[in-house]
Design a protein around this ligand. Structure first.
Ligand code: NDP
Length: 281
């Protein structure tokens, strides 16, 4: 029997636990979100984050700009860094081409970096020190844990090497004592590598790339991809229907990794608040 790793339900449980925790705090944690440009997908993501934050009792403030200069944006980040009421800062990516994304992300106070994209936090993940962990990788690990608690010795294959998804997921799995392989667009013989994976994480961004005969019988499959088919439907990087029976557990798209990403953002915001205030609820 294949276990459906229902990220929608797990995210709901995470939010409920957070809401209970937040009720015991002396004030609501505060999240500042910066949205620049007119990308419709980014606008939807930010709306969803705002809504989810309000539901659990996190105060969120969204700074929306059609355009803003690098200097002005850096100045806003500096103000948010210095604002003692702000616990978390998120800059919605991608930023418009005229802005230097790396410089903006590096300007965020690492303690308020609830997306976990600051180089210091990525470095801490690499050396195994506690730090905010990027939301999607963190959510993926929680989903994997629904299927299996002890991951020691398992072969994990991560397809994708982006700084915000593939690489941090690989680090988290390494920390869990998996034997980790990272594949990318130049990898040769990807199907063969997949066939050895007890855990397969697809973070490619290409619809239905992974199919059933690539999957080891009983593998745990996490599909990070969000793509649209020609008829406009959402689909992942894994051919879900085709692969389902071959896996011991698999995430759907939608309602898999996506909702967990937002839940982990809320969790990171609460954790940033707790660390700053030294409160143990
Ligand atoms: P990137 O485009 O930054 O990275 C994609 C990675 O996939 C690259 O490392 C690329 O290799 C690799 N790749 C591309 N084609 C192939 C191929 N044919 N075979 C093997 N590897 C390949 O994307 P992201 O990491 O930002 O996102 C990946 C997917 O996850 C996207 O669909 C995105 O929308 C989704 N996503 C979902 C989130 C969620 O909450 N569910 C959050 C974030 C992202 P190379 O490095 O060589 O170019």
């Amino acid at each position: 029997m294949t276990l459906l790793l229902n990220g929608f339900e797990l995210a709901k449980q995470c939010r409920e636990q957070l809401a209970e925790k937040i009720k015991t705090l002396p004030r609501a944690p505060k999240l500042a979100v910066v949205l620049v440009g007119n990308d419709p997908a980014s606008a939807v993501y930010v709306k969803n984050k705002e809504k989810a934050a309000a539901e659990v009792g996190i105060q969120s403030v969204v700074y929306r700009f059609d355009t803003i200069s690098q200097k002005e944006l850096l100045s806003l980040i500096s103000d948010l860094n210095n604002d003692t009421e702000v616990d978390g800062i998120l800059v919605q990516l991608p930023l418009p081409d005229d802005l230097n994304e790396k410089e903006i992300l590096q300007a965020i106070d690492p303690a308020k970096d609830v997306d976990g994209f600051h180089p210091l936090n990525l470095g801490k993940l690499m050396i195994g020190e506690p730090a905010p962990v990027a939301c999607t990788p963190k959510g993926c690990l929680k989903l994997i844990r629904l299927a299996k608690q002890n991951l020691t010795g398992l072969n994990a294959l991560v397809i994708g090497r982006s700084v915000i998804v593939g690489k941090p997921i690989a680090q988290l799995l390494l920390k869990e004592n998996c034997t980790v392989t990272i594949a990318h667009s130049k990898t040769e013989n990807l199907p063969e590598l997949c066939r050895h994976a007890d855990i397969l994480v697809a973070a490619i961004g290409k619809p239905k790339t992974v199919n059933a005969d690539w999957i080891k019988k009983g593998a745990i499959v996490i599909d990070v991809g969000i793509n649209r088919t020609e008829d406009g439907k959402l689909c992942g990087d894994v051919d879900f229907e085709n692969c389902f029976d071959q896996c011991s557990a698999i995430t759907p798209v939608p309602k898999g990794v996506g909702p967990m990403t937002i839940a982990m953002l809320l969790e990171n915001t609460v954790e940033a608040f707790l660390k700053k205030t030294n409160i143990r609820p």
